[in-house]
Design a protein around this ligand. Structure first.
Ligand SMILES: C[S@@+](CC[C@H](N)C(=O)[O-])C[C@H]1O[C@@H](n2cnc3c(N)ncnc32)[C@H](O)[C@@H]1O
Length: 307
């Protein structure tokens, strides 16, 4: 049976995005399984949607699910790159990370529970190196710093040392890496609430796909791509991402006609306000239906009408 990804914070997104202007232009910058897009199409029969995904396989699945819907333009690419060249959106949604499809039916190494090749690239057709190549190339210090920064892993040094010790024989699968990590950490941590490799896997995925750099870049670009009155919603899944969204939104809202603080020359015009004073989080009912939504946080930025 095909794996389904349940769209996270769907009703909250809709609440902040309504009313969708008739004949409006929406960007679903992380199309994934097309869950949010399907709802936008239901709510606005005259809207057009630009749906972006870096993963060609996800794009194919979304096309099938949405039956090649003519109101959707399917775009293969990284959201920060696509949004550099596009303008005029009434709504933009960025739902970060990977989908259930990546975790459950993948052969790309996103899950440490099944034996899969240690790849982790969202776009295997691009120039990024795989996680297996990355752990061969990095110096021990660089590896430890990556695991610490992107995984917030307190045993990053031990884990990096163990990987470097073992890598001469090749670490090519998720289970091999997970076992090396498991053996390198203290016994109490091995039997903790989460699998001891969880944070290292998150760190490697972020590094392989340059996720935080892309998030930093997409925020001012997406803000610039909004029409006056337009809204940008970003759903993040861990504190590193949410911190970036929170600070960039504040800077943009406070940076009247300023380009220096947001460090992106394209944000030249427009005034903005942060609509969500606190991040919107899922209700208990959503978390019990879909535990993957547990750590989701939605923040919304609005470009003010001119005048
Ligand atoms: C959490 S899923 C989106 C799920 C979707 N909203 C739904 O409800 O079906 C994130 C999707 O965005 C893609 N993605 C992640 N980072 C990206 C980026 N920087 N540029 C383009 N696509 C990206 C992933 O391949 C994945 O399919």
């Amino acid at each position: 049976m095909a794996v389904e990804h349940e769209p996270v914070l769907l009703e909250a997104v809709v609440e902040y995005f309504l009313p969708l202007p008739p004949a409006g232009l929406i960007c679903d910058a992380t199309l994934g399984g097309g869950g949010h897009t399907a709802r936008f199409l239901e709510l606005c029969s005259s809207c057009r949607i630009v749906g972006i995904d870096a993963d060609p396989r996800m794009l194919r699945q979304a096309r099938t699910r949405l039956a090649d819907e003519p109101r959707v333009e399917f775009v293969h690419g990284w959201f920060d790159e696509v949004l550099r060249d596009r303008r005029g959106f009434d709504r933009i949604l960025v739902d970060l990370g990977i989908s259930m499809v990546h975790l459950k039916s993948g052969d790309r190494g996103f899950s440490m529970l099944a034996e899969e090749p240690l790849d982790m690239r969202l776009d295997p057709s691009g120039d990024d190196e795989s996680a297996a190549d990355l752990i061969q190339r990095y110096a021990e210090r660089e590896l430890a710093d990556t695991i610490y920064r992107y995984g917030e892993e307190r045993y990053s040094r031990r884990i990096a040392a163990a990987i470097v010790r073992e890598r001469h024989r090749g670490i090519d699968t998720t289970t091999e890496l997970a076992e090396i990590i498991r053996r390198s950490v203290p016994p109490a941590y091995r039997h903790g609430r989460i699998h001891p490799a969880t944070r290292t896997f998150q760190a490697l995925r972020i590094a392989v796909n340059h996720e935080l750099d892309r998030l930093e870049r997409v925020i001012p670009r997406a803000a610039t791509a909004l029409r006056p009155g337009g809204r940008l919603g970003i759903i993040s899944f861990h504190s590193l991402e949410d911190r970036i969204v929170k600070h960039r939104f504040r800077e943009i809202a406070g940076a009247r006609h300023s380009t220096e603080r947001v460090n992106e020359p394209i944000l030249e015009e427009g005034r903005f306000r942060v609509v969500t004073r606190k991040p919107v989080t899922p209700e208990e009912s959503e978390i019990s239906r879909n535990p993957a939504s547990r750590s989701a946080k939605l923040r919304v930025l609005e470009r003010l009408e001119e005048g």
